[in-house]
Each structure stands twice: as C-alpha cells, then as structure tokens.
Design a protein around this ligand. Sequence first.
Ligand SMILES: N[C@@H](CCC(=O)N[C@@H](CS)C(=O)NCC(=O)O)C(=O)O
Length: 221
Amino acid sequence: MQLYTFFPSGSAYRVRIALALKGIDYEPVYVVGGRGGAGGASDLKKPEYLALNPSAVVPTLVDNGHVLTQTIPIMEYLEETHPEPALLPKDPPGRARVRAMAHVMVSDTHSLGTARVMNYLDEKLGLQKKTGHEWLQYWNQRGFGALEKMLAGNPATGAFCHGDTPGMADICLVAHGFVAEKFAVGLKPFPAVKGIYDNCMALAAFADTHPDKQPDNPANQ
Ligand SMILES: N[C@@H](CCC(=O)N[C@@H](CS)C(=O)NCC(=O)O)C(=O)O
C-alpha cells in the first residue's frame, strides 16, 4: 500500500491515523502540495499526480493497483478490508452519528479553508489577508460549534466521540483540530471537542502520525 502524503495536510493526517489505528503498514510517497514548498512548486498539478487524483489534492492511497481518493471513502475502504479494530460502531444509528460528525469536520469545515479555496479568495477575488483570516475563523467556529453541540451532553459520547474507543469521527476531529489550531481558531471555546482531542493525542496512533513528526517536515530534516 502506498500513501501519497504531505506533512501539513490535515487530510493526509486523517489517513495516517486510520492506518495506524488499524496497524496497517504502508509506504509513504512524499509529495509537495498546498501552496507549494519553499520554491512555491506543488506536485499536485503534475500530469503523473493528476492521473491518480484528478482533484489535485492529497492524499491518494494505492492498494494493489487500486487508486483511492477522498479521505472518507478511503477510511470506509480500510474499514471494509481490515474490519478490526473498527472505526465505526456496529449499530446503524451509531454509524450514522459517527459519519455525521466526520462530515461536519471534513465536508462542512475543512473544505472551506483549503489552499485552493484560500488562493481563489486571495488571487481571484482580491480579498485582503485580514478578510481571509475572518473567513477561516467564521467557518471553523461554525464547524466546531456544531460538533461541540453534537458531543456535549449526548449519552453516546464517551472518552471519544462515540463511546470509549477512537473511530472515524475522532480522526476527523483531531486532523482538523490540528489545522484549526494552527490557522484559525483554538479549541478552547469548545470544551467537549478539546477533551476528546486531548484523549486522542495521548494515543500513539494520533501522536506518532502528527504533521510535526513527519519525515517530509523540514523541521525534521
Ligand atoms: N475532501 C478531500 C480534501 C482533500 C484536500 O483538500 N487536501 C488538501 C490538503 S489538506 C490539498 O491537497 N489541498 C491542495 C489545494 O487546495 O490546492 C479529502 O477528504 O480527501
């Protein structure tokens, strides 16, 4: 299995955590994404990468020649091919709750602050840096505000988003929590979210796959 990954990407972080939780070995393929590296050059628009991932985003997972894109379907694929330990609960309402929390992070929040969205706001619409920052804060506050309400006081919430074992919602919470802390809002205003973030970060699968620990992070070179 090969994972095309880029150290600061919250999306690639999701898949690294899922692979670690399931104990699946893989070969990392380091690419430069986002706004590019020091030289500003991104690998994601090169024809060879676009042939794998036409959206020009990380991550991409290749398993036995099967090319998989989009992190939620990738996690679902890993769940189906390597069922244990499970990232989703067994009961349909529980599965729907976990998937809903995952999508609040991935679809409703992360997608609005990606490099391509911020580049478009900046380069095509000419929004000032300050407005771009307000944009990120607004969508992150809404996303984490919704997640906080889904978690706090719900009897299904435990040490993690759904019960006392980490799963798909926790992966999405942590990976976007990292992005949000770095670029937009801290998690302090969202105590239920923050408590789960801290519980996750105490586990090796979350801590060892963190962007700060990646070999392609210049801080580690
Ligand atoms: N919905 C996609 C999002 C992927 C995505 O946006 N990845 C970011 C990095 S976190 C990226 O490659 N951005 C490049 C860009 O926006 O140009 C997924 O879940 O895989």
